[in-house]
Design a protein around this ligand. Structure first.
Ligand SMILES: Cc1cc2nc3c(=O)[nH]c(=O)nc-3n(C[C@H](O)[C@H](O)[C@H](O)COP(=O)(O)OP(=O)(O)OC[C@H]3O[C@@H](n4cnc5c(N)ncnc54)[C@H](O)[C@@H]3O)c2cc1C
Length: 210
């Protein structure tokens, strides 16, 4: 059973990803809307990202929690939003700023976020933020074994996790079309282990019967 997972892409600020480390997963710079979205309640919020999915993170948080201010920082990149998405961004008064981030402003080793200083001199005050730059999928082993992956690199498996390669199962975040959550990882790992166990028991039983 392959379950090598994924990792979130980190933003480069001052030329390094280390700038975010103090804040990462400290409920000041987070990554998963399902896990930590509720922390935006009553807080000015920033989304770091320039893709359509980044804008959708801002839209979803606005719709779910109605945070007082929502800003998308593209960190020096052009925004890549679809027309319909841009329309919602405008309707919800979500600001989109493209200047690179120069500095994260906060206190107490990342436990308190105050805002982001941009290279154009603007300071965006915010108490909460999410990084939305996509994921690195650890699929090298799966690909080496010839397993089929989807367009984002997730390994395709059936309901038991069986991949396109006989005897190779996939579980957890690596599996295509699953919620990237602990309970789904457990659930499809159990499905894969149960399927493998059934194959082994059936083989042994059939040997006894012949
Ligand atoms: C910050 C954060 C907060 C989260 N909060 C929640 C939450 O509140 N609730 C929730 O349900 N989910 C949450 N999640 C998601 C949850 O952690 C994942 O869905 C879950 O860990 C997936 O389990 P997994 O076993 O598939 O992958 P992982 O837990 O990522 O484990 C994969 C392992 O494979 C290893 N690996 C990768 N490549 C190789 C290789 N080539 N050889 C050997 N080992 C390798 C990795 O080092 C890693 O240890 C959160 C995730 C993050 C990042």
């Amino acid at each position: 059973i392959l379950c090598t997972g994924v990792t979130d892409v980190q933003p480069h600020i001052q030329g390094t990803i280390e700038t975010v480390f103090d804040y990462a997963n400290a409920q000041t710079i987070d990554y998963c809307l399902i896990c930590d979205g509720h922390h935006v309640l009553g807080k000015r919020t920033v989304i770091i990202g320039n893709e359509n999915s980044s804008a959708w993170n801002a839209i979803m948080l606005h719709e779910r929690y109605g945070c007082p201010e929502m800003t998308i920082l593209t960190n020096g990149k052009e925004s890549n939003f679809q027309k319909e998405t841009q329309k919602l961004v405008d309707l919800y008064n979500i600001r989109v700023l493209t200047s690179p981030i120069k500095e994260i402003q906060g206190e107490d080793k990342g436990k308190i976020l105050k805002g982001f200083l941009l290279e154009d001199g603007n300071v965006i005050q915010a108490e909460m933020s999410f990084v939305s730059l996509g994921m690195i999928v650890y699929n090298e082993l799966a690909k080496q074994l010839g397993a089929e992956v989807d367009e984002r690199g997730f390994v395709i498996g059936n309901e038991t996790g069986l991949t396109s390669v006989s005897g190779l199962y996939v579980a957890g975040d690596l599996k295509a079309n699953t919620r990237k959550q602990i309970y789904t990882a457990w659930d499809n790992a159990v499905s894969a282990a149960t399927a493998i166990n059934l194959i082994i028991r059936t083989k042994k039983r059939n040997q006894l019967l012949t």
